[in-house]
Design a protein around this ligand. Sequence first.
Ligand SMILES: *Cc1c(COP(=O)(O)O)cnc(C)c1O
Length: 455
Amino acid sequence: MPAFMEPFRIKAVEPIPFPSAGEREAALADAGYNIFRIPARLITIDLLTDSGTSAMSAAQWSALFSGDESYAGARSYERFEQVVRELTGYPEVIPVHQGRAAERILLHQLLGDGDISVSNTHFDSTRASVEAAGAAAVDLPVEHDETTPFGGDIDVDRLRELLSGPAGARVRCVVLTITNNANGGQPVSVGNASIVRRICDEHDVPLLLDASRFAENAYLVLNRSPGLADSSPAEIARAIFGLADGCWASLKKDGVANIGGLIALHDAALARRCRAKVIETEGFPTYGGLAGRDLDALAQGLVEVTDVDYLRYRAESARWFADELERAGLPVVRPTGCHAVYVDAGALLPHIPPHQLPATALVNELYLAGAVRTTELGTLVFGRPGPSGSPDIPAPRELVRFALPRRVYTANHLRYVAESAERVVAKAADLCGYRIAEQDGGAMRQFTASLLPVE
Ligand SMILES: *Cc1c(COP(=O)(O)O)cnc(C)c1O
């Protein structure tokens, strides 16, 4: 049995569209050459994101029917609370509608003007919350390359230096994002988290987890740590949760459901303050902006996601897909994690300068080749407009992300993506870049910008 074989069979199906070459060309032009603006009905394989795109299990669909829609203290909340307590060990469990609500509510309790949050890397919505609170988000990722097993770790030397230096007194929290999404979905090791715990104790700073991909992190840790091969993903996840003071998560990832988020904490007083904010913006604290049935689907998803057969398939299918893309001629970033495969568009398209958006050129050509949707993580997303009239300040790398929705696509679907990629590679030298015709200038310009091909 190939390690990447799906450890499930299909019970409900949904047809996928196959727009013609002419329809794809028209759709891309109509969307201002911005893949976010193409309607899903014109996408054959959608690898835009792994967020909220999971296929639920039969057990989750059936759990929906036991949803208790009582406004306060619903049984659905009790089931959710129990699962989260067992998983994390944190007694205080607060559901919210998605990850960024958790970040806004929790981080605004901890941070104010002039404060600092330190992380292996703040995810973009996390950074936005930190900055909205008037604080600074400092990223201290380890240097890593294709041989680094734990490329998600935080650089503990630089962390010590920061905490012992003049800015140390302004640090209000240390955040480990597991897995490190902005760093290719690479895992954070138990060893790194243990050292960070000790450093936080020495400086009396709370350690929090952004645990959106806690199960994928646990599997990658057990897979890459010879001494932990006999542990279960749930045990490893529990060990890392045990090192922190609390966590938040977007449950649109490892909750294996379509909506949801949570805050879970040891500190009852902090939880009380968070609940007061939840009431203001999310709803009564036992439903936090979700339906009771969502909490039941999440409670079931949080149990299923730690299944080792599922996680092995998830990691191995990402690796297999990376091999397929490499065979098709794309320069793939290694090692692969679980939730996505990253491709270096800058290396594929060296003739397109960063300000002409080589990663966007690859994304758009993949759409034209097979109605495949991927995301650009290059200068369109991370570049910043230069002083008026000058080109953009480029991003450090021109990456394209092929995200993998959970339990949605089979190897055949991914083979189709690789075949589409092969056709793009064949004409890579002829591809043109893009320029930004209209942008709102905000930090999320990629969602709305209009582009034009540079002929
Ligand atoms: C998705 C994500 C978030 C934000 O969660 P939403 O549910 O999209 O609001 C925060 N942190 C990480 C690491 C994420 O991947």
